[in-house]
Design a protein around this ligand. Sequence first.
Ligand code: PLP
Length: 388
Amino acid sequence: MIYLDHNATTPLDSRALEAMLPYLTERWGNPSSPYRFGSQARIALEQSRKRIAGHIGCAPAELVFCASGTEADNLAVRGAAYARRAQGNHIITTAIEHHAVLNTCKALEKEGFRVTYAPVTPEGTVDLAALAANIGEQTILISVMHANNETGVLQPLEEIAALAKHHGILLHTDAVQTAGKLPLPLAATGADFISFSAHKLYGPKGIAALYVRRGTPLVSIITGGAQERGIRAGTENVAGSVGFAEAVALAYDSAESEGQRLRLLRDQFEQQVLAAVPGTRINGARSPRVPNTSNITFESIDGESVVLGLDLQGICASTGSACSTGDPEPSHVLLAMGINPRAAQGSLRISLGRSTQAADISAAVEALRSTVHKLRTISSIGGTGSAR
Ligand code: PLP
């Protein structure tokens, strides 16, 4: 198998698994229990928090563990909206966010909040002028992702953070696709809330974290016990936290060198695919991007068919977010970039990772060349014309 879908999930690093095993076997205590068996688990949990905080560039107390990136996004957006409700009801986000943010905003609209979905440029970066123009008296929260999961395009967060700070508005960023991929302590983005998830950086599934800048108002969205300083009730995933911390340490230690290696492979892939397959364009290629991601539009065919064709040849890739699999609608991200619906439907996301080698790139290009050729030959869709 050639796995080229690392933005969907990554394999658990064996070193992270090894670190977790004692907490899945003999040290299974509840970290809230008062006796030593419980304290042992508590110490492991707090050590994990401290290790992760060291890489994120924050204090351990600024990290709240939760179960997924989706939950971290929900906690930030809902929790901040509820906390600032007395000051206003307007939220600004972008049209290209992950559904964890978009659908939370849509749910909040039903509760009386007003949400602006800021547009992006054809190259996939948020239109800063449009975002700024929408800020008003009632604006309480801005939520803009750090890198888009489909295109890899990085957003101008520092400018957005300056804008939010100037207006006294809270800023959330979904950094699920940048944590561990960039050699950057995420707190340096200047956001008040930052979501990131273990399974995207070779950690276990079922654990993630939300950075909450010290003193930032946030209302809990899960009611129950006093775990995570009352912000996120529920018995903590101790083994998960230990694996998460190990995975974060490993990912940050190699982010610089691995990023360079993957950028080279990604660029080779894009050059080769453009040369081998006519009627192809790379989406967001002129913007700064995370090094591992490539989003390609093939004219006149359906991306889902390409994914199936590649699967038959042992290659895993996707049309976009794994959460949208089976959704017949074209990608909301590509539509927001102005790509026409039929062309957006012919798009594929390739996301490289630690296992990717040069031979995988050549094999993927050859598989794409033959698959696209075959599909175009039998296609009844007809030409989409320009990719926009
Ligand atoms: N945000 C982004 C940008 C993502 O890519 C994903 C997962 O694909 C999520 C949030 C959700 O994270 P999780 O799978 O941990 O719920």
